[in-house]
Design a protein around this ligand. Structure first.
Ligand SMILES: *[C@@H]1O[C@H](CO)[C@@H](O)[C@H](O)[C@H]1NC(C)=O
Ligand SMILES: *[C@@H]1O[C@H](CO)[C@@H](O)[C@H](O)[C@H]1NC(C)=O
Length: 296
């Protein structure tokens, strides 16, 4: 953990280079700032600790202990557990709607307090791949999410949808209209994008093209700059140990978990590949992208 903290401190100073002004929404100047947080279950603690340090550093810089990440980012995207964090960072507070619902130390406390109940190992003890129900009991998480101060009930549903990891938690159904059995069947966002960074950038570009007034820069004659901070929840190489020779003799059933792990990893690599072409490896270029992740 100590090495990890050091890693963050080094980067925090670099990050601040790109985020040194509080940005009143809609987009201020010509810079649109995006925060993207990966999925990864309980490992959501990792980006939360990074964000806690970033928020503290920004408060110091602004000489304002109430400064929040939402003051600095125009768009906050999250997948799965990252969706929980994004919602807590961006949903308006119940007491004061001009401030976010949660501070970063409160989000960290949420993980420390609730993770043992959301991922209840006692409940999961007898679960096998043959069990016709998810590994964990969703009732605790559903109860907790209802407590997230939000005026929009659908925000709670979206969070439950993006965090419905197959085999761990049940898929989530959202009714479109009351009394019509028509709606959306949602499963974990990690099935599409463990890192929502590329989707967030595409969304910003599409909104700019549509001239959404929240995204159009104040000075239309100058190019728009996009600054992206993308936080991972740790990578693990699950296909390690299988080489071409061993692969030659695998059965179809043995391939299934390898294919699943490979698809998940290559989704991440493809994200990175496309982002690298949008964001050249040069902090002084117009667009700036920083990825912070840990490898295990
Ligand atoms: C886990 O679930 C068991 C029952 O299934 C319950 O008794 C226990 O309190 C739960 N643990 C936590 C940390 O919520
Ligand atoms: C798991 O199985 C054991 C043995 O069959 C049983 O005693 C125990 O109560 C079960 N635990 C849960 C949480 O269902």
């Amino acid at each position: 953990m100590a090495a990890f903290l050091l890693f963050m401190f080094i980067f925090t100073s670099q990050v601040i280079g790109g985020f040194n002004a509080k940005l009143p929404p809609p987009s201020y100047g010509n810079t649109i700032t995006i925060l993207s947080i990966d999925g990864g279950g309980v490992k959501g603690i990792l980006p939360t600790v990074v964000l806690e340090h970033l928020e503290k550093a920004l408060q110091k810089l602004a000489k304002d202990e109430k400064a929040a990440l939402a003051d600095y980012f125009d768009v906050i995207a999250g997948t799965s557990t990252g969706g929980l964090i994004a919602t807590m960072l961006a949903a308006p507070g119940l007491q004061d709607a001009s401030r976010p619902a949660f501070t970063t130390p409160e989000i960290l406390q949420f993980y420390l307090d609730c993770a043992p109940s959301i991922f209840n190992l006692t409940h999961a003890a007898n679960w096998t791949l043959e069990t016709p129900s998810p590994k964990f009991d969703e009732r605790f998480l559903h109860q907790k999410i209802k407590e997230v101060p939000s005026r929009d009930v659908r925000l709670a549903d979206i969070v439950l949808g993006t965090s419905a990891a197959p085999t761990e938690l049940p898929p989530h159904f959202i009714l479109k209209k009351l009394f019509l059995l028509d709606g959306f069947n949602l499963a974990d966002g990690s099935l599409t994008a463990t890192s929502p960074a590329l989707i967030a950038v595409s969304e910003v570009v599409q909104q700019l093209n549509k001239k959404n007034p929240n995204f159009v820069p104040l000075n239309e004659n100058e190019p728009t700059k996009i600054v992206l901070l993308s936080l991972g929840t740790g990578r693990n190489g699950e296909t390690k140990g299988i080489d071409a020779l061993k692969g030659r003799f695998l059965t179809g059933i043995q391939w299934i978990p390898l294919i699943t792990a490979s698809l998940a990893m290559s989704l991440g690599d493809m994200n990175e590949y496309h982002l690298k072409s949008v964001f050249p490896d040069n902090p002084s270029s117009d667009n700036y992208y920083l990825r912070i992740d840990v490898t295990s």
